[in-house]
Ligand binder design. Structure first.
Ligand code: NAP
Length: 253
């Protein structure tokens, strides 16, 4: 890994949601331009070695700083060091962003209803998209669906509310739909593919998945991405290729 590909940035804040989930912000160099939904490659010095991992950006492309959302992977070379991050620490940021989970990839069908389906830290790219006024002006309906294991893992709920009030002011087609899979008392507690198959997701959204109008983005647990993709295909939705089709995906691990 050539160190010249990176700039050295400083940690500005750290927020701990649970013992295994945290967010951090860091300085953003002027050269680092990205589109909402893209990811950055962040490096951490572990001894003499630079260990690098991909992280979707939480902040908006217009923010002066960069925000990321992370899980602590047990015994993971990167996150088990990253979890001890403090304000003022140095991180390496690869100079260019990556990834195609962006709204610009959709040409057909035209924007109408947007479904952002996340598990865990896969929420990150969708928070970035929702902090872009363009997203709100393009889509009449926006459903943000966020599946976690327990209620304590539902990070960013207040921020989602604030984002909807700030960026979605006057927009009355936004729904935030949390799923808590290990709490049988939660209004929605089944996994996403089941909720698609039994119609519960559409019932909560108040709108149907429709191959002629829906843009569906999936981000998170790779098995969730695969299983949900198949459930959507059974409903007649297609993978987005060269601009055409409904489904776009990113594995978050
Ligand atoms: P998770 O196991 O990904 O669960 C988050 C949500 O996704 C839960 O609601 C879970 O439901 C659901 N889910 C899991 N598999 C699914 C499937 N096939 N279809 C539909 N929904 C599914 O939990 P997490 O806390 O985000 O991550 C757990 C572990 O994943 C971590 O401890 C870590 O080891 C690893 N991880 C690694 C990275 C990495 O960068 N290497 C990043 C994130 C996570 P259920 O409750 O029914 O399982």
């Amino acid at each position: 890994m050539s160190i010249e590909k990176f700039s050295v940035e400083k940690v500005l804040s750290v927020h701990r949601w649970t013992p295994t989930l945290f967010s951090f912000t860091m300085t953003r160099p002027a050269h680092f331009k990205f589109t909402a939904g893209q990811f950055a490659r962040i490096g951490l010095k572990v001894g003499e070695e630079l260990v690098v991992r991909a992280y979707s950006v939480v902040s908006s492309p217009f923010d002066e700083t960069l925000e990321f959302f992370s899980i602590v992977v047990p015994d993971g070379a990167f996150t088990s060091n990253l979890q001890h991050l403090k304000v003022g620490d140095e991180l390496y940021l690869e100079k260019i962003p990556y990834g195609y989970l962006t709204l610009a990839r959709y040409q057909q069908p035209l924007p109408h209803d947007l479904w952002l389906l996340a598990t865990g830290t896969g929420l990150a790219p969708f928070l970035s998209m929702l902090q872009d006024f363009d997203t709100w002006s393009k889509y009449q309906k926006i459903n943000l669906v966020y599946s976690v294991r327990t209620a304590a893992e539902l990070a960013y709920v207040d921020r989602i509310q604030e984002i909807a009030e700030t960026f979605g002011e006057g927009h009355n087609g936004f729904k935030f739909i949390p799923i808590i899979t290990r709490d049988p008392s939660a209004p929605l507690h089944d996994r996403l593919p089941i909720l698609i198959e039994n119609g519960e997701l559409e019932k909560s959204a108040g709108i149907e998945l429709n191959p002629a109008t829906s843009h569906v983005m999936l981000c998170g647990n790779p098995q969730m991405v695969d299983d949900t993709k198949e459930a959507l295909k059974r409903r007649g939705l297609t993978m987005n290729r060269r601009g055409e089709g409904n489904i776009a995906v990113e594995n978050y691990w």
